[in-house]
Design a protein around this ligand. Structure first.
Ligand code: AMP
Ligand code: MG
Length: 318
């Protein structure tokens, strides 16, 4: 009995001990969570479980993810999905509409064709691009909420969902919800470079500082240090995943209008806002559409900060 009691005390004090920041490979990238003084083993475990759970539902690289099941049943039948998947699909359709499809959640057929970042990457034939481009209409994604039972259906057999441009942002916001519930005082969430800084940095109320990489030379100094009280900084860039053929850089952000990697004059776009899901989707959208787009206004979002780095190295902020 005494031994059991001692074991319980020992065990409970162990689980409360503060651990170092933890890193895991999720979403095909390196994810690091730092919860500082609140970083118990159990909190890290809870949050990584959440991240892995989101990846299991949303990834197109997992055969049995909900998104893969919707994709497999394209043109066949509706598929029942979780509330989370339903909500992200709904939000994605709305963002697609407001960004004139610069952000498009159903570019899967083109993304698979180019396969950038995989062993199958290649420059497809024009005919292949043209044919895949015909199957990227978000209207083909039909969502239905049947009294709390959620369904998603692709009505075109060749249309495929890919949420790679929004899921990490969504995941960061989900972690923030857990941290709020657990009264965590401060945290830094880094999901493959998608950053969320949470809580008060220090007693002096100094702002958090997040560096924006120089897309033209990532080993050099950041192009800018963003100061913020809390919120997310997400960057989309042509340096993240790409291959070069005949001197042309083919990167992973596709313009559905051309069916090929986006050809704005940008090397990267960073979006700073309190909700990471919007940062993520908008960084991709602005990368496709360029500096002059006003998507934040079309979405009715206040206090969005934007940092564009052009291919010539010049920086435009607004
Ligand atoms: P990000 O790095 O957030 O800009 O997302 C890029 C990833 O999203 C790609 O690897 C594709 O999986 C997918 N994607 C590429 N282009 C688009 C686009 N225009 N709209 C939505 N998703 C895209
Ligand atoms: Mg994105």
């Amino acid at each position: 009995m005494l031994i059991l009691f001692a074991f319980c005390i020992l065990f409970s004090s162990c689980t409360q001990m503060v651990s170092a920041p933890q890193t895991e490979y999720v979403f095909g990238t390196v994810c690091t969570l730092n919860f500082f003084d609140d970083g118990t083993e159990s909190l890290y475990e809870e949050c990584f479980l959440e991240l892995r759970g989101i990846d299991d539902k949303f990834s197109v690289n997992k055969e049995y993810s909900e998104i893969s099941l919707v994709n497999k049943n394209a043109g066949l039948k509706k598929v029942s999905v979780s509330r989370e998947v339903f909500e992200v699909l709904e939000l994605s359709k709305m963002i697609a509409e407001k960004t004139d499809m610069a952000f498009n959640p159903v570019l899967g057929s083109l993304i698979k064709l180019w396969a950038i970042g995989t062993e199958r990457q290649r420059v497809p034939e024009i005919e292949e691009i043209e044919s895949a481009r015909q199957h990227c209409n978000p209207d083909s994604l039909v969502l239905q909420n049947d009294d709390g039972i959620f369904y998603a259906e692709l009505t075109d057999s060749k249309t495929q969902i890919d949420l790679g441009a929004i899921v990490k942002g969504y995941a960061a916001d989900r972690i923030v919800k857990i941290l709020e519930k657990r009264n965590v005082k401060k945290a830094v969430i880094d999901l493959g470079g998608n950053i969320y800084v949470f809580g008060q940095k220090d007693r002096q109320n100094n702002k958090w500082k997040v560096g924006i990489k120089n897309p033209l030379n990532q080993d050099s100094e950041p192009v800018k240090i963003v100061s913020l009280d809390y919120g997310s900084v997400v960057t989309s860039g042509n340096y993240e995943r790409f291959f070069v053929e005949n001197g042309i850089r083919y990167h992973h952000i596709i313009d559905g209008k051309t069916g090929s990697p986006a050809e704005s004059n940008l090397a990267s776009v960073s979006v700073i806002y309190k909700e990471s899901v919007f940062c993520d989707a908008l960084a991709t959208a602005f990368f496709v559409a360029g500096v002059d787009a006003d998507f934040e206004r079309k979405l009715g979002l206040q206090d969005v900060q934007l940092v564009f780095v052009k291919k010539d190295g010049s920086v435009v902020e607004r």
